[in-house]
Design a protein around this ligand. Structure first.
Ligand code: WQD
Length: 338
């Protein structure tokens, strides 16, 4: 059985390809290389010893998507990562996000809807919860009006999949709502490669420490939290990747109880920005240069997962600690900059 991984050269996609190959799956990657370099293929191969099949293809091109599926009738599952994911960019250019994140999803689902049996894993995000009323956040927490077009594309994407599964019981789907993915593969052959100035905390920390950035700006320390900084659930990207394989196997083995299921993927532990900085300083032995600045618009105060459903139903649990993840991120940063 061959598994299609769209956006498979990206940060979470590439780590998931490694885990799929190490579980014995044949993988074919589609990526348009808009946010990832072809050299990631070498990184994956260096880890697993198996070069995944790869096709450069833009899923916005409906004809190309249809042609791909007609040439690969042996695809037994799809893990769909391909999407734009920068919150700030989505506010400035919403149509780019609606075209790239929604049209592509529709075209892939249209192809899967023609198959007798299709297994589909969707890359979603805890951003759908906005500022949850109750912490930790369970999958039954209400989906709040999105704070950004990016977040809205995840909400709309889930609704599109839910509606499609409702009328097509040949389509089995799971949406995985990620909390904050961080870190890199322990071999440092693959990792996070943000293009331009990193929007996310951890790559900004490691780029500051390596000397690429002058200083980290901590976006506010006047929040109603213990140390005044925002709290998030930082999950090691390898733990997250492993969850995708477990979810896919749930569908392949027909262990799912409904043909559309949702799981939160986090550690269940919240960490503040200051705690992340302290973790970095602990594992790297370096003092981080940072200053406190104003809050960033759109930031929620706190978000961390209730992992009961993923632990009990999916049979998956994050194993790595914050220090493990920060150490892997630092190892990767040092490798790619030297
Ligand atoms: C984490 C914390 C910032 C940068 C976003 C998306 C989410 C997912 C992960 C794609 C916040 C603070 C950050 C900096 C800082 N993306 N921070 N200085 O915003 O929780 O989630 O990325 O799937 O969908 O919403 O992650 O890493 O940007 O911020 O102080 O230079 O770090 O204020 O409290 P976020 P983040």
């Amino acid at each position: 059985m061959k598994i299609l991984v769209t956006g498979g050269l990206g940060f979470i996609g590439s780590h998931t390809v490694v885990e799929l190959q190490q579980k014995g799956f044949d993988v074919i990657i589609i990526d348009n290389l808009s946010n990832a370099g072809i050299e990631v293929l070498e990184g994956i191969t260096a880890i697993t010893g198996i070069a995944p099949e790869f096709e450069k293809l833009d899923l916005k091109n409906k004809v190309d998507v249809s042609d791909f599926f007609s040439r690969h009738s042996d695809i037994g599952g799809v893990i769909h990562f391909a999407a734009s994911k920068a919150v700030g960019e989505s506010v400035e250019n919403p149509l780019l996000y609606y075209e790239n994140n929604i049209n592509t999803l529709v075209y892939v689902l249209q192809e899967l809807s023609n198959k007798d049996n299709a297994n589909f894993i969707f890359s979603s995000s805890c951003t759908v919860y906005g500022q949850a009323d109750t912490l930790p956040i369970t999958e039954s927490a209400p989906v709040k009006p999105a704070e950004s077009p990016y977040g809205n594309t995840k909400q709309i994407g889930e609704e599109i999949i839910r509606d499609t599964c409702h009328i097509n019981n040949h389509l089995q789907a799971i949406a995985l709502r990620y909390f904050n993915p961080i870190g890199s593969h322990p071999t440092a052959h693959i990792g996070e490669l943000p293009i331009g100035v990193p929007q996310n905390l951890v790559p900004f920390i490691t780029q500051t420490a390596i000397g690429m950035r002058e200083q980290l700006a901590v976006f506010g320390n006047d929040y109603p939290t213990e140390d005044g900084t925002c709290i998030r659930d930082y999950i090691h990207v390898v733990d997250l990747a492993k969850a995708h394989v477990v979810a896919l196997e749930r569908l392949i083995n027909k262990n799912n109880t409904e043909n559309y299921e949702v799981f939160n993927l986090g550690t269940g532990t919240g960490s503040s920005v200051m705690e992340v900085i302290e973790s970095f300083e602990r594992v790297s032995g370096k003092k981080l240069n940072y200053r406190i600045t104003d809050r960033r618009p759109g930031d929620v105060i706190a978000a961390y997962a209730d992992t009961t459903k993923a632990n009990k139903v999916l049979g998956w649990k994050a194993k790595s600690t914050l220090d493990d993840a920060m150490a892997s991120a630092w190892k990767w940063e040092q490798k790619i900059r030297n």
